[in-house]
Design a protein around this ligand. Structure first.
Ligand code: ATP
Ligand code: MG
Length: 612
């Protein structure tokens, strides 16, 4: 499948808008109900104010026409005064409507938020799966995971808890101010003066809190990477008796993390207590100045009550406003961190990529290569041909570039235009679809990776539709069937995380079976027989020869006996091809190959003597 790159995001908001695809209507509903909640919240103080002034008192209050008509229809204020319960019912009804809207607001908001994160996680995961191998080797797994969890949650929380509330808060502040100014301009002004002060103060504090939050996040990341490393490397920790060292490393990290949290909580405590002061000052002003105006007859008792209620109602939202503004920058960082992933280009093929016949000669033509983070050439002008249907062995010291050659063949890394080319049947692999290459080249990687599933499921990974017969055939060729017979659960044996319950040789043979089940045209064994004994090695090679003789095979090994039967043997040293030929030719050359051969046969004869 060639997904290609769909789009790049020029800004964080474009990215968030994109992720909001499936949840926009829910959030729109949430905003609508949030606005209704604010409106309804503001109605009850007005009803109470009206009751005190007009129903119980004698002050006339101007009402909207429809409401006045309704009250007149009932029998005017006289009726209300005689039946005060009607007012109580009105208050109750408004409160009920408010509760219903609040419920719907929370419901819509939560559904929207969950749908939003789901879309985000799905897309991130799929995108990450399609990112180039290079990207994966350059980025830490822990960091990628943190971006996909903490940062995603951060954005979700901001959207669901703060952004939708923001609308409610703004509507609340505007409407409350509107009512207050209509009731009494002077008192409204006295109250309004505090708003910008509290918002600014809250913004200032939350910026600092935000910075501290970021530090806490980083420390959390460090702490979890210590844990992760120790859990995956538990065998090494045990084997080298490093428990106390690792424990103190963990404790140091844990201490820092705790201290950073304490600092953060101290900041928050300071903020809440100090901003309480401002808020109470605002309410106190309203109470004192309002009382003064009341006494002077400038304000009715009902309006006074409504004013105090409104001021109380505004206390929390105003502080929240500052917090939302300062959190914007914090959430911006999370969006950027996710944008970094989403804007990395997925692996893609050239537009006219082809799917040629792969049962052809493979030619490495003056291939040079250097990893993007390295300085020295890993491969230097490497040229050789793997004729179709033959077996080519590659021998070379560690680090001589053998695996790199295979990564290039599989297009896990891309060979730059000017650094030579690799062709299959004359077609430059840069022009072949990646998926096609990987489907037709069976690669047994040097470090096999098994999933924590059953043995059979692991073998089927490359071809889930395979019959059990195929699985059995593959395990037979890979000489794994005997081991499986010894397992209590047979093919259903659970291999544990990364295959911990298997021996090194069993893991390698599982990987071989995994590849064989696809019957690819080209097979690569990257040091895949290193962990099996010489006898099993010979057995597997004999089976391969008999069962898949028509495939082209590239066999990388350190043991000469593994590759001496190959049709052609390439000897590599420090990224160059230094010798090539078949076993006899290479022996006759009296070069590196001969030296290695002599050394290895000496060792094995010593071994045999010792065993005798
Ligand atoms: P071995 O026999 O030990 O498997 P090899 O011949 O397969 O060795 P390669 O794995 O191809 O060697 O590595 C060749 C060189 O490239 C090494 O020096 C290694 O340090 C370097 N190298 C390998 N992978 C990377 C990478 N992802 N980034 C940078 N350098 C790398
Ligand atoms: Mg290697």
């Amino acid at each position: 499948m060639n997904r290609g790159k769909k789009e790049t995001y020029s800004s964080g908001s474009a990215l968030v808008w994109h992720f909001l695809r499936g949840s926009r209507k829910w959030f729109a509903g949430a905003i609508l109900f949030a606005t209704l909640v604010s409106l309804l919240d503001l109605v009850n103080p007005k009803i109470i104010g009206y009751t005190v002034d007009t129903v119980l008192g004698t002050t006339k209050t101007a009402l909207p026409g429809f409401l006045q008509n309704f009250i007149d229809g009932l029998g005017g204020t006289a009726y209300l005064k005689a039946n005060l319960w009607t007012v109580a019912i009105a208050v109750l009804l408004v409160a009920l409507a408010g509760a219903l809207c609040r419920f719907l607001f929370k419901l819509f908001n939560s559904i929207g938020a969950e749908k939003f994160v789901k879309t985000m996680r799905d897309e991130l995961f799929e995108h990450i799966l399609h990112l180039p191998f290079t990207w994966h080797s350059e980025n830490h797994t822990g960091d990628i995971i943190q971006r996909c969890t903490s940062d995603v949650d951060q954005i979700k929380m901001f959207l669901s808890e703060q952004l939708t509330s923001l609308f409610r808060v703004i509507v609340l502040i505007i409407l409350a101010m509107f009512f207050m100014f209509r009731m009494n301009v002077k008192l409204a002004l006295a109250s309004a003066v505090f708003i910008p002060i509290i918002v600014a103060y809250s913004y200032f504090f939350h910026s600092r809190i935000g910075k501290q939050f970021r530090i806490v996040d980083e420390k959390e990341g460090e702490l979890s990477s210590v844990v992760q490393e120790n859990l995956t490397g538990i065998r090494v920790v045990r084997a080298f008796g490093r428990e106390s060292y690792e424990k103190s490393r963990f404790e140091t990290s844990n201490d820092t993390y705790t201290n950073m949290w304490i600092r953060l909580l101290r900041l928050m405590a300071a903020f809440w207590s100090s901003s309480d002061l401002f808020s109470y000052a605002q309410i106190l002003t309203v109470i004192a100045y309002g009382a003064y105006l009341c006494v002077n007859g400038d304000l009715t008792a009902g309006s006074y009550i409504a004013f105090i209620t409104y001021s109380n109602m505004l206390m929390w939202p105003i502080r929240m406003l500052g917090r939302v503004i300062s959190n914007l920058s914090r959430v911006g960082i999370s969006v950027d961190r996710i944008m970094y992933i989403m804007n990395t280009e997925e692996e893609k093929d050239v537009p006219d990529a082809v799917e040629p016949d792969m049962d052809k000669d493979i030619v490495f033509d003056h291939v040079s290569y250097q990893y993007s983070n390295g300085t020295q050439d890993i491969l230097n002008d490497v040229s050789f041909t793997v004729k179709k249907g033959t077996t080519v062995g590659i021998l070379g010291g560690t680090g001589s570039g053998k695996s790199t050659l295979m990564y290039l063949l599989d297009r896990l890394y891309d060979l730059p235009e000017e650094d030579g080319k690799i062709t299959i049947g004359g077609v430059d692999i840069r022009r072949i679809k990646r998926e096609w290459i990987r489907k037709n080249i069976g690669m047994v990687l040097q470090e096999p990776y098994l999933f924590s599933r059953t043995l059979e499921e692991n073998i089927r990974i490359a071809r889930p539709t395979a019959e059990h017969q195929d699985v059995m055939r593959a395990t037979h060729i890979a000489a794994l069937d005997e081991s499986i017979d010894h397992f209590n659960e047979g093919y259903d044996t659970f291999v544990g995380e990364r295959g911990v319950t298997l021996s090194g040789g069993q893991k390698q043979r599982t990987a071989i079976a995994q590849m064989l089940i696809r019957k690819p045209e080209i097979m690569v064994f990257d040091d895949s027989l290193s962990a099996v004994d010489a006898e099993t090695d010979a057995k597997i090679r004999a089976e391969l020869k008999e069962n898949v003789s028509e495939s082209t095979v590239i066999l990388i090994a350190h043991r000469i006996t593994t590759l001496m039967d190959a049709d052609l043997i390439i000897v590599m040293d420090q990224g160059r091809v230094v010798e090539e030929g078949n076993h006899e030719q290479l022996l006759a050359k009296n070069g590196i190959y001969r030296r290695i051969y002599d050394l290895q046969s000496q060792q094995s004869s010593v071994g045999e003597e010792a065993a005798a």
